[in-house]
Write a protein that binds this ligand. Structure first.
Ligand code: FES
Ligand SMILES: [Fe+2]
Length: 333
């Protein structure tokens, strides 16, 4: 008889903290001027809003007065967020700027009293910078010009919630052996990876089988920190996948996949091939999801020839944990 076993992070040996970096917290078009959204990311309750000047802002969600959630019933006034309970108004630094029924504002809330988060909008997405100690952003969100190019399609969106640590999910690209056994690809093609500070670039030579025989194809992946990555598929049909994977908790991520294609391809005679590429990437994600949802984290894996550059990849990834993090990943030997 089946029973629902919800294992804790500790049960699955997930002892890594949330890595720092820029993470997607929404699509720009989901948040109109004056819009307010409650969010849960980084193991915290958050409120995101768009002020009348068009800029997005994010604070921790609980009001310093008596604890109402600013994202549930809060409203925008000017560029501030107004609490739904007693109408205290906060600016984007988390400072109380108005209490309509009081002659004075308590000094302790005249300075930032709820945590504020750096937020930017790029590539039609809203990004927030997470660092456990509140350290300022250490790099910028990269521009992906196709995201705003009128010659490219609007983004075709998919999303998933997966019970996995972000690092374990991201390791997938360096795990060369699983492609054959999890995804049923014929054999894993050659892969070249270059590490440059917080950026990792991977080039994969991937010829594609078509009814007219094999044609050359390639997959080019760029990772900027742990939360931003984009993948260009070239060959029979060009496809760009912008993926944003955002930690909800140490053992839970929110995945957004946004696919873009040149309109000339997606709407022309190659439309079926273009759509098939998207279907295949989604199919592979769902195959991986079954593994990720249930796996344990292995800090010191036993690797063998043919496993790819997992150890090198983990060394690259370790830079996204603060040096004093209590649970820094163990080096792989
Ligand atoms: S709880 Fe927010 S104003 Fe009172
Ligand atoms: Fe995979």
């Amino acid at each position: 008889m089946e029973f629902d076993r919800k294992l804790s992070a500790a049960d699955r040996d997930i002892r890594l903290p949330i890595p720092f970096g820029w993470y997607v917290v929404g699509y720009s078009d989901e948040l109109p001027v004056g819009g307010v959204r409650p969010l849960r990311y980084f193991d915290r309750e958050l409120v995101l809003w768009r002020g009348e000047d068009g800029r997005t802002r994010m604070l921790d969600a609980y009001c310093r007065h008596l604890g109402a959630h600013l994202g549930h019933g809060g409203r925008v006034s000017g560029n501030s967020i107004v609490c739904p309970f007693h109408a205290w108004a906060y600016d984007d630094r988390g400072t109380v700027v108005d209490i309509p029924y009081s002659r004075s504002i308590p000094p302790r809330v005249k300075r930032p009293c709820v945590r504020s988060w750096p937020v930017v909008e790029k590539n039609r997405l809203i990004w927030a910078w997470y660092h456990p100690a509140g350290v300022a952003p250490q790099w910028e969100v990269a521009d992906v010009p196709e995201a705003t190019d009128p010659e490219w399609t609007a983004c075709e969106r998919f999303e998933w919630h997966i019970n996995v640590h972000l690092q374990d999910m991201a390791e997938n690209g360096s795990d060369t052996a699983h492609f054959q056994y999890t995804h049923g690809t014929a054999a894993y093609p050659e892969q070249k990876t270059a590490f440059d500070g917080h950026i990792m670039r991977t080039d994969i030579n991937a010829p594609m089988d078509t009814p007219r025989g094999q044609v050359p194809g390639g997959i080019h992946v760029v990772n900027v920190g742990p939360g931003q990555s984009w993948t260009r598929f070239t060959g029979i049909s060009e496809t760009l996948l912008i993926s944003g994977v955002t930690p909800v908790a140490v053992d839970h991520v929110h995945v957004r996949f946004c696919f873009l294609q040149p309109k000339a391809q997606a709407e022309g005679p190659t439309a079926a091939v273009a759509a098939a590429i998207i279907r295949e990437v989604v199919r592979q994600l769902e195959q991986d999801k079954r593994i990720w949802d249930n796996k344990a984290y292995v800090a010191s894996p036993i690797l063998c020839q043919g496993d790819g550059a997992i150890d090198r990849w983990r060394r690259f990834y370790a830079q996204f944990y603060p040096a004093d993090a209590a649970c820094e990943p163990e080096a792989v030997t």
